[in-house]
Design a protein around this ligand. Structure first.
Ligand SMILES: O=P(O)(O)OC[C@H]1O[C@H](OP(=O)(O)OP(=O)(O)O)[C@H](O)[C@@H]1O
Ligand SMILES: Nc1nc2[nH]cnc2c(=O)[nH]1
Length: 186
């Protein structure tokens, strides 16, 4: 078997014993509420949405399809888990193509865990002279390891302190495509 076939097999075994934490319907409901808040807060602005690849892909797509005001969308690629289940330093793999200078930026990502990634993303936007920066996160992991007590401006749902996957989040690079959110069995 090839490496990716071996990992696929391991991921399948993990999925078979995983617990569903949030259904796709629950996620849609949470994203609709976030979209309503964003529409209200940005009614007189044109936000630049920054999708944080790869995990933020699904949240961004599902969220922006619900937001009915003019906006632009770009992406930034930062990773610190690199398809593993523990984090390290943030690696920058791609920067936005659009200038952030003078823009009202909304960073959209899947999960606020220890907050290292989000904290660096906020600093990046400020360094590049955005006018304002807010954060929209689909989920927040419940624990006390978050740096600087960082919170999201727009938050969908909470998850327990377990490794989660689905809705953009991977288990060793697999299962980003699941519409719901699952936790690895303990
Ligand atoms: O709050 P933190 O502990 O910093 O973790 C959150 C980050 O971890 C995940 O990205 P990851 O590094 O796994 O890359 P990916 O988006 O390609 O999956 C997730 O998408 C967040 O960006
Ligand atoms: N897939 C995934 N990525 C993460 N990045 C930080 N925490 C997590 C997690 O629980 N799952």
């Amino acid at each position: 078997m090839t490496d990716f076939e071996n990992i696929a097999q391991e991921a399948q075994a993990v999925f078979n014993t995983a617990d569903l934490i949030h259904s796709s319907d629950a996620i849609d409901q949470a994203l609709s509420e976030m979209a309503t808040q964003i529409e209200r807060d940005y009614a007189d602005k044109i936000p630049l949405v920054l999708c944080v690849m790869n995990g933020g892909l699904m949240t961004t797509a599902r969220l922006i399809s619900k937001v009915g005001i003019p906006m632009q969308v770009d992406y930034i690629h930062a990773t610190r888990y690199a398809n593993k289940t523990t984090g390290a330093n943030v690696q920058w793999l791609a920067e936005p193509k659009m200038s952030l200078a003078g823009r009202d930026v909304i960073i959209v990502d899947d999960i606020l865990d220890e907050g290292v990634t989000l904290s660096e993303l906020i600093s990046y936007c400020k360094r590049h002279e955005c006018r304002s920066v807010k954060t929209a996160m689909l989920i927040r992991k419940l624990h006390d390891r978050r740096i600087n007590n960082l919170e999201a401006d727009y938050l969908g749902l909470d998850v327990p302190d377990r490794y989660v996957f689905g809705c953009g989040m991977d288990y060793k690079s697999f299962y980003r495509n699941l519409p719901g959110i699952y936790a690895v069995s303990e």
